[in-house]
Design a protein around this ligand. Structure first.
Ligand code: PLP
Length: 397
């Protein structure tokens, strides 16, 4: 997955443009910037690649999720439905606004189970936030139908699946809003960065203002700009954006390398009875950043994962035990451990996740292993790896 593996001359040249002008900020200083507007250029490139009208580039994927929610008017006490298998950023962005994260089960897609989403809806629900984990997507058609029937927004967290598609549309562009991360370990990177995409002009305008202290960006005198509503500083710097300008040009090249490596690994496991691959919803194309598969039981999966590590096959993950990605290790959320006092709505409305029944998630995540697909491998390395993987896994099915 990581774009940093193929960091080279193009990235350096883009950053050099910014260093030569000395203008490290995305707004203003028109005369001094030698015509370089890296953040704007990257926004245009993202809009084009994602076939979406508007892009707002920001400082991180976490910021993108926060701003996407804020731009749609989500605030204190509003409930946002999200999966038990994701990254901590998902609930952090919700809590940052005083809204309430409502965890629900994942199914064999390793993403939101539409029936579980339906059950979690009540009068306070505002948003459904599927997370396209490890390169593949949620059942977006079913989720959109649920959102439409209940007047809810669909916000896609596509931070781990940039470049994948669903029914011919780039992931992130199917819902009302979509978010990407360009942190250091994502498919393409800015070092740090993120983006919100949307076809909704009002959300875009809100995101533009909100991410820069509420500035309305009218006129050429920054000091004279109005602030129609409260905002915050989630700006990206020109240096970070410059790296992204070079990386997005390489996105499709990275995806095709990932697909090639993924296919070699998958083919090697295809005939092993007892191994089943993650279900990709109909009409979906992965971005091939991970190969995810299930073993017959959780016990076997855990043992197989340990054996893969012993055999030197790094970069395979057993998410069930993972500190960052599965609800079982989110005691700070479950216990609402916070430095300061949290909003009363959050304290009152957060379900008791210590006693919640997520046995369906445990069933699927407990049996799953996901192997990261690296860009830097040679074809020989991938083939050797595929053989070794098949050898090791055979003992556990
Ligand atoms: C990386 C990631 C984020 C957050 O992105 P940052 O840029 O690291 O803040 C959000 N959601 C998912 C699923 C991610 O993998």
């Amino acid at each position: 997955m990581p774009g940093f593996e193929l960091f080279g001359d193009r990235e350096k040249q883009q950053v050099q443009d910014v260093l030569d002008s000395g203008v490290l900020m995305r707004y203003g200083f028109d005369g001094a910037r030698n015509g370089h507007w890296k953040a704007l250029e990257l926004e245009k490139a993202i809009s084009k690649r994602m076939e979406t009208a508007h892009t707002q580039l920001v400082s991180s994927g976490t910021a993108a999720l926060t701003i996407a929610l804020a731009s749609a008017g989500v605030g204190a006490g509003d409930e946002v439905i999200l999966p038990t298998f994701t990254f901590v950023a998902s609930f952090e962005s919700i809590l940052a606004l005083g809204a309430v994260p409502i965890l629900v089960d994942v199914d064999d897609t390793l993403t939101l189970h539409p029936e579980a989403v339906k059950k979690a809806i009540n009068k306070k629900t505002k948003v459904v936030m599927p997370v396209h984990m490890c390169g593949s997507m949620a059942d977006l058609e079913a989720l959109k139908a649920i959102c439409n029937a209940n007047g809810l927004l669909l916000l896609e967290d596509a931070c781990q699946a940039i470049g994948g598609s669903y029914q011919g549309k780039p992931l992130g562009s199917y819902g009302d809003l979509g978010c990407f991360s360009f942190d250091y370990v994502k498919t393409i990177t800015c070092g740090e960065g993120g983006a919100i995409i949307t076809n909704n002009k009002t959300y875009y305008k809100n995101a533009d203002h909100y991410s820069d202290h509420g500035h309305d960006h009218i006129g050429t005198n920054r000091g004279a700009e109005d602030h129609p509503f409260l905002g915050y500083n989630y700006r990206i710097s020109e240096l970070n954006a410059a790296v992204g300008v070079a990386q997005i040009e390489r996105l499709d090249e990275f995806l095709s390398i990932q697909e090639e490596h993924y296919t070699i690994l998958r083919d090697a496991l295809r005939n092993t009875d007892g191994i089943t691959f993650r279900r990709v919803p109909k009409g979906g194309v992965e971005n091939y950043s991970f190969l995810s598969f299930s073993l017959p039981t959780a016990e076997l999966a855990k043992k197989a994962h340990d054996a893969l590590s012993v055999a030197g096959l790094d970069a395979c993950f057993y998410w069930y035990d993972n500190n960052w990605h599965y609800y079982k290790k989110w005691s700070h959320l479950t216990n609402l451990t916070s430095l300061g006092k949290l909003p009363k709505e959050v304290c009152e409305q957060l379900p008791d996740y210590n006693t919640a029944d997520f046995s369906m998630s445990d069933h699927w995540i407990g049996r799953n292993i996901s192997c990261l697909i690296k860009l830097g491998w040679t074809k020989e390395e991938v083939k050797l790896r595929a053989e070794k993987m098949a050898e090791v896994l055979k003992q556990f099915v």
